[in-house]
Design a protein around this ligand. Structure first.
Ligand code: UT7
Length: 325
């Protein structure tokens, strides 16, 4: 039996030039390098320059992914861009990316699921490719969270950074089993009862302003490990695989303690976990494709490796994707 799979042709990323260290933050607000490293694993984050927008980061990441895939922008007929920090309320940042890449066919739209955005965008693109509606997709996670932080709130401003990452997915016939290349399974969840635990206190319909990120960190932390392990177990169950079968876990990079605890609970060996939270901070929807790009560039992730992706964030939203590279 053959089936259509969304096969990864390449990935790429972009980080703004300016690096903000913990020491620099400690000189401005009541925090310390020691507290930030111990509680989160973060040592630095990148911050977009004035006038550098989410679409600018996304276009650079998309161009890097297209070059890595060795395909022309004109072959792309679908762009799904995950972001919670769009350039404008509308139009979608994805159409700026489409225009920046010189593409004027197919479809481009944004998707908003906060830190789980990349998994939701990947699942959406995968479903469109598998039905035959589109042939080749750019899936992008791009954020400028520095623009929605309250820089006087030490409980949140030390955690986040800016960046973008992208994957090129191609619809290809495969055998229909777990040795196939491509996206093997995706699992998405949301529970709006938790919507006020991590939110932005502004928006066009409510305040006619952009607002700032607010978070009950301890509450988010409390739910994170259970939600992450549940959706990873769903992916294992759906594909009849387990922790020993996967080559890499590429998690959303929010907090090293959450990542370590999730891997430990699932019996995933620490050496299989790709960690970038130390150098990128939490870049929300961009964190997974940024981490993938790092592990592909340094040749940890190779063709045919089995890669588990997971994320959890505002909403709450959470999800997993199992991909054979
Ligand atoms: O990506 C979306 C999902 N988001 C997350 O996954 C974030 C989940 N939450 C977390 O990662 C953690 O809860 C935080 C890193 C945000 C906080 O770590 P924590 O171990 O939960 O600390 P806490 O909030 O319980 O705060 C402990 C103490 C408090 O002081 P008291 O009340 O014990 O005196 C805070 O005021 O640490 C204090 N604190 C700080 N101290 C120095 C909070 N932020 C800072 C800071 N520097 N930046």
């Amino acid at each position: 039996m053959t089936t259509i799979r969304s096969v990864v042709l390449g990935c790429g990323s972009y980080l703004p030039e300016h690096i903000l260290t913990n020491a620099e933050l400690a000189s401005r607000i009541d925090t310390s390098d020691e507290w930030i490293v111990q509680r989160t694993g973060i040592r630095q984050r990148h911050i977009a320059a004035p006038g550098e927008f989410t679409s600018h980061l996304a276009i650079k990441a998309a161009k890097a992914a297209l070059a890595n895939a060795g395909v022309d922008a004109q072959s792309i007929d679908l762009i799904v861009l995950a972001t919670s920090t769009p350039d404008n309320t509308f139009p979608a940042t994805a159409v700026s990316v489409q225009n920046g890449l010189g593409i004027n066919h197919g479809a481009a739209f944004d998707l908003q699921a906060v830190c789980s955005g990349f998994i939701f965008a990947l699942a959406t693109a995968d479903n469109f490719l598998r039905t035959g509606a589109f042939k080749r997709a750019l899936v992008i996670g791009a954020e400028t969270f520095s623009r929605i932080l309250d820089w006087n709130d030490r409980g949140t401003c030390v955690l986040f950074g800016d960046g973008a990452g992208a994957l090129v997915l191609d619809a290809q016939p495969q055998q229909g089993n777990t040795s196939d290349r491509g996206v093997l399974t995706t699992h998405l969840r949301s529970d709006g009862r938790h919507k006020m635990k991590l939110y932005v206190d502004g928006g066009p319909s409510s305040t006619q302003s952009v607002g700032h990120l607010r978070m009950e960190g301890r509450e988010v932390f409390k739910h994170a490990v259970g939600m992450i392990t549940d959706v990873i177990e769903d992916a294992f169950k759906a594909t009849n695989t387990g922790p020993n079968d996967i080559d890499w876990l590429v998690p959303h990079q929010a907090n090293k303690r959450i990542i370590d605890a999730s891997a430990q609970k699932l019996h995933i060996a620490p050496q299989k976990v790709v960690l970038t939270v130390d150098s990128h901070g939490n870049t929300s929807a961009a964190s997974i494709p940024l981490a993938l790009s790092v592990a592909v560039a340094d040749k940890r992730i190779k063709p045919n490796d089995l890669v588990m992706l997971e994320a959890m964030g505002g909403g709450f939203t959470w999800g997993s994707a199992l991909v054979r590279w």
